[in-house]
Structures are given as structure tokens and as C-alpha cells.
Design a protein around this ligand. Structure first.
Ligand code: FES
Length: 194
């Protein structure tokens, strides 16, 4: 699937053995998006001419030249990936720490806000750390939000909820975060109005 990081778009994929991997979303051959490609076994293959790449980024196979061992110079840039408590963390550059533990919560949904992180923090009245922030829009509803900037004025919001939440709490959390998004977008619009 395609995903965005501060250093550019990536193809996020899971190999047959279940391990997550992150490759730059551009095939070194002719530039096709690798997120349009497909996974076979432990490799990600480009949809255009079928070149396949390992998790480490080295080219494994060029179908038009089946007898050729692809040279080491053909590589796709990759990122370190860590899967922890249901969240996939992608390092942009060298990972300097383990991802924070988010025990007792499960991912509910993700949504994009056309607002900067600061506008979302202002709308929620909270400040995000590496493990996001806890938000309680109403009693008995505890939500954890992870904020991922997607450029200057767009943020991906990952919503996590206590793992024993009822269906009605999940629905309420989903609606509360949509309201938060609208409030943040209004704040962003006011802040950027001429
Ligand atoms: S563009 Fe990817 S294999 Fe040709």
C-alpha cells in the first residue's frame, strides 16, 4: 500500500512470512510506483516489467533476463520498520530508539486532516509526544491519537482505543475524532486566512 513519510512516498508491504517492509515508492527501472506492485513470497514485484526486490532493497529478478543475476547496483531505498502493538513504525533515517509501547489499546481507524499538527493539538487542548496524546472527549471515552505530519498543512491521525471498548464506544470515538478534525480544519483555515 502507498504511504507517505517526511522523506517521501513509500510502498509499505508485508511478505508471505508476515514481516512488514518499507521501500521507496519508485522502481529503479522506469520509475513506476512500487505500491502498484504485488508481493510474491518474500519479494515485492513491480507491476510494469516485473522486476522484484527483497526487503533489503536489492533486486532479485529481472523477468526479461531470467538467466541474469541482477547487479548489486540495482537497489530500491528502504526504511527500517518496526511493528509494535498493532502499529507499524517506519524510521526516516537511522532509527535511534525503539517505538513507544502502546499496550492495552488497539487501532480503530486513521483519517487525514487538512490541518497542521499544531491545529489538531489546539483543537484537542493537548500536546503530542512520540506516543501521541491521550484525549478524553467525553467521560468513559479515552482515546489515544498518533499524529503524523503529511506536509505543512496535512496530518494523518491514527486513532487507538482501549482494547476492551464496546461497539458504542468505538462509534462514539470515531465521531468524536471526526468532530476534532473539523474543528482543527476550521482553526487552520482561520490561521491561514489572508
Ligand atoms: S518500471 Fe519497474 S520493472 Fe520496469
Amino acid at each position: 500500500m502507498p504511504a507517505r513519510t517526511p522523506v517521501g512516498p513509500i510502498a509499505l508491504w508485508r511478505s508471505q512470512s508476515g514481516r512488514a517492509a518499507a521501500s521507496a515508492d519508485r522502481c529503479p527501472h522506469r520509475g513506476m510506483r512500487l505500491s502498484h506492485g504485488f508481493v510474491r513470497g518474500e519479494a515485492l514485484s513491480c507491476i510494469y516489467h516485473g522486476w522484484s526486490y527483497a526487503r533489503a532493497g536489492n533486486c532479485l529478478r529481472i523477468p526479461a533476463h531470467p538467466g541474469l543475476a541482477p547487479p548489486e547496483t540495482i537497489r530500491v531505498p528502504t526504511h527500517e520498520v518496526e511493528e509494535c502493538d498493532g502499529v507499524i513504525w517506519v524510521a526516516v533515517g537511522e532509527a535511534t530508539a525503539q517505538p513507544p509501547r502502546l499496550q492495552g489499546v488497539v487501532p480503530l481507524r486513521s483519517l487525514t486532516a487538512h490541518a497542521a499538527v499544531a491545529a489538531i493539538e489546539a483543537a484537542a487542548g493537548a500536546k503530542a509526544g512520540v506516543d501521541g496524546f491521550a484525549w478524553q472527549p467525553q467521560s468513559k471515552l479515552q482515546i489515544r491519537l498518533l499524529l503524523v505530519p503529511q506536509g505543512a498543512e496535512e496530518t494523518l491521525i491514527h486513532v487507538l482505543l482501549d482494547d476492551d471498548s464496546s461497539l458504542s464506544q468505538r462509534i462514539a470515538a470515531s465521531r468524536a475524532v471526526e468532530t476534532l478534525r473539523r474543528t482543527a480544519e476550521d482553526l487552520e483555515t482561520k490561521a491561514t486566512a489572508p
